[in-house]
Design a protein around this ligand. Sequence first.
Ligand SMILES: NC(=O)c1ccc[n+]([C@@H]2O[C@H](COP(=O)([O-])OP(=O)(O)OC[C@H]3O[C@@H](n4cnc5c(N)ncnc54)[C@H](OP(=O)(O)O)[C@@H]3O)[C@@H](O)[C@H]2O)c1
Length: 332
Amino acid sequence: MAYQADANRYKKTNYRRCGNSGIKLPLISLGLWHNFGEIDDYENCRNILHTAFDNGITHFDLANNYGPPAGAAESTFGKIFKQDFKSYRDELIISSKAGYFMWDGPYGDWGSKKYLVASLDQSLKRMGLEYVDIFYHHRPDPETPLEETMTALDLIVRQGKALYVGISSYQPHEAKKAIDMLRQLGTPCLIVQPRYSMFDRWVEDGLLDVLEKEKVGCITFSSLAQGLLTNKYLKGIPEDSRIGRHLENGAITASQITDATISKVKQLNKIAENRNQSLAQMALAWVLKDERITSVILGASKAKQVTEGIEAAKNTNFNKEELHKIEFILRQ
Ligand SMILES: NC(=O)c1ccc[n+]([C@@H]2O[C@H](COP(=O)([O-])OP(=O)(O)OC[C@H]3O[C@@H](n4cnc5c(N)ncnc54)[C@H](OP(=O)(O)O)[C@@H]3O)[C@@H](O)[C@H]2O)c1
């Protein structure tokens, strides 16, 4: 059946300005790292994307290597885009990245101009797009001069293959250098994409300060710690969960479910209940309470996780007592 987007979608969530750019992003964005590979059910993928867009999620985050196998998430997205979203192209912010291993030989990994330009060409083909809205360098490359990587991002924008650029997983001092270089090149850095959750707070030690000062946006990933910061692992490991499916490529594994972690999750779950939120919603809201965070990229294996996540944006305020209790639990 032809997809028709919900006419009320833009009343369902809020949008935050990304740094000092012209772009606003929904508080919750959708990521396609997992659940959109060849092993995943196509109709379920479609349903997740429809549900997201129907709820005002205008931003879909991809990368060259998402799958499995690498490239498959972009291919799945391309198929769904052609089938359902073509007429909505101008309402979407679609991002991709390059920086991790993609193909054999010296030009299929890290941060050379050769790799970034070729990889984006491949991504555009897989997704059936003329351009992406945001193209990221996916991780810092200790060997390639930063000038070369940033010049590649600038070139890609000048070629019309991306409208904006960003960087991911850069440390504060590296991010500052990259932001300065891009500004000098005339292609300002739109956004930085770090991991940030109640369980992983490294961005609080400098990165957020740099982004605030430089007026660059911030979009976070794994803010549910890949599902740990939900109630799903409280009674064992469900077979259809990310851990239960034994996925590779950085996916969370059973070894991360320790007694200490589950004890924290149980205590956090109680606070969430008192706020009339699920733990997943509270975990997303906790990240969004900081106005320097433009958006959180949510991963979802089911459409109902998207509807649950989007509700989180309705209450991102925490009182002093809640914050104090959460700090106490996280420091145990
Ligand atoms: N830049 C980078 O290096 C980088 C790295 C990683 C991710 N990312 C981006 O960030 C996105 C999100 O990352 P992530 O998938 O690790 O994020 P996440 O949001 O921490 O975890 C997503 C997983 O949590 C579970 N989940 C979601 N909502 C739930 C709910 N309401 N109740 C119970 N479980 C729920 C689902 O797992 P189940 O399968 O168990 O249902 C879902 O797949 C990625 O898709 C990607 O776009 C970027």
